[in-house]
Ligand binder design. Structure first.
Ligand SMILES: NC(=O)c1ccc[n+]([C@@H]2O[C@H](COP(=O)([O-])OP(=O)(O)OC[C@H]3O[C@@H](n4cnc5c(N)ncnc54)[C@H](O)[C@@H]3O)[C@@H](O)[C@H]2O)c1
Length: 341
């Protein structure tokens, strides 16, 4: 899509004040799209929303409000990032996850249907696969989530299929593996509270955020499981730089607007790194010794999650360019250092 074509297109971004959504809003604005963000700021940050985007503080539970925004905006497409994301919490408060990730998601689809908006790009997750039988994992693998977060994402993928069949809304579901890193400007980064993702936790530990043996600090960096059937006994995950991730969203949007064909794609690097490898790469990047404690396995954590990303490369023409682990960690470190996190 040329810049001129893009500038005529209007996109609604839900969750655009969050980590990945805010990076996507920036790249959409850079590419000439007219962007409106809907976010209830339950986990996002107003300061992270690009000043070129219009901002509506709203909960996706507010169907009338959403319908009003959709009617006024005459959007060509929606990018849906909003949702509840903490895997552990999903097992304690499944009702909250069902409401936010499924019911609120259906509100969004309803508002789209009523306003005649026919395209949506959705943030799905590798958690829909559960403990895969085949690694690298292709999109055709069986969906068998091992936590309720993954269940809600799978259910929303099902809703997308229904809204396509019955109401002609086309979708692309992007199943991300582990998003990490920060925008090269140093102005945007990952700021979850509580933070549960490995790279920001490792960087916090490197900065002395919590010492492994300090009684005053309740959350030292822990390695959950050191006896997995992997070369160093710790879990292996596939990390993708957030800049590469959001680039794939723009390509997916372009594909949807051009072809109107629904599809599902994995997004990752296709390379796995163990928890110990992440810690040692972060020690290299920060020049600091990182304190940690070995801990028991967490229920439902698969030993190895590595994506087969060949489909996104072939169909969308996507190629991750910031794929070295050191580069991903260095960009996150630059941002976290500027925030004193
Ligand atoms: N971070 C990852 O590694 C990862 C991996 C796979 C999938 N995902 C998915 O990507 C999406 C974005 O993840 P993130 O890390 O940027 O999360 P995030 O928590 O930083 O962003 C989510 C945003 O949605 C907003 N929000 C939540 N519920 C809302 C509601 N009901 N109404 C309006 N706004 C609401 C929050 O305020 C926040 O700004 C999520 O759907 C997540 O499940 C993330």
């Amino acid at each position: 899509m040329s810049l001129n074509e893009a500038s005529k297109k209007a996109v609604l971004v839900t969750g655009g004040a969050g980590y990945i959504g805010s990076h996507a809003v920036k790249v959409l604005c850079d590419s000439g799209f007219t962007v409106t963000v809907v976010d209830n700021l339950s986990a996002g940050h107003l300061a992270a929303v690009d000043v070129r985007a219009r901002f509506e503080e709203m909960d996706l539970g507010d169907l009338a409000g959403l319908c009003d925004v959709m009617e006024r905006g005459r959007f060509d497409a929606v990018m849906h990032f909003a949702g509840s994301i903490e895997v552990g919490l999903s097992m304690k408060e499944p009702d909250l996850f069902f409401r936010n990730n499924v019911v609120c998601g259906q509100n969004l689809l309803e508002a789209m249907r009523r306003a005649g908006c026919g395209n949506i790009v959705f943030s799905s997750t590798a958690a829909v696969y559960g403990s895969p039988k085949q690694v690298p994992i292709p999109e055709t693998a069986r969906l068998f989530p091992t936590n309720y977060y993954g269940v809600t994402k799978m259910l929303f993928e099902e809703l997308l299929k229904s809204y396509e069949v019955f109401y002609g809304i086309n979708y692309i579901a992007l199943r991300y593996f582990n998003a990490a890193g920060a925008d090269s400007s140093g102005n945007l980064g990952e700021a979850h509270d509580p933070e549960t993702h490995l790279i920001p936790l490792v960087l916090r530990a490197a900065a002395g955020g919590f010492a492994a043996d300090s009684p005053a600090k309740t959350a030292p960096l822990k390695i959950f499981g050191t006896d997995y059937d992997t070369p160093d006994g710790t879990c292996i995950r596939d990390y993708i730089h957030v800049t590469d991730l959001v680039k794939a969203h723009v390509l997916a949007l372009d594909y949807l607007l051009r072809n109107g064909k629904s599809d599902v794609f994995n997004l990752a690097n296709g390379k796995g790194f163990s928890v110990r490898e992440v810690i040692s790469a972060a020690e290299k990047v920060t020049g600091k010794k990182i304190p940690y404690k070995d801990a028991a396995r967490r229920e439902g954590d698969p030993p190895v999650l590595i994506a087969d990303c060949s489909k996104a490369k072939k169909v969308l023409g996507w190629e991750p360019v910031h794929s070295s682990l050191e580069e991903i960690i260095a960009s996150a470190h630059k941002w976290h250092s500027s925030q004193n996190r």
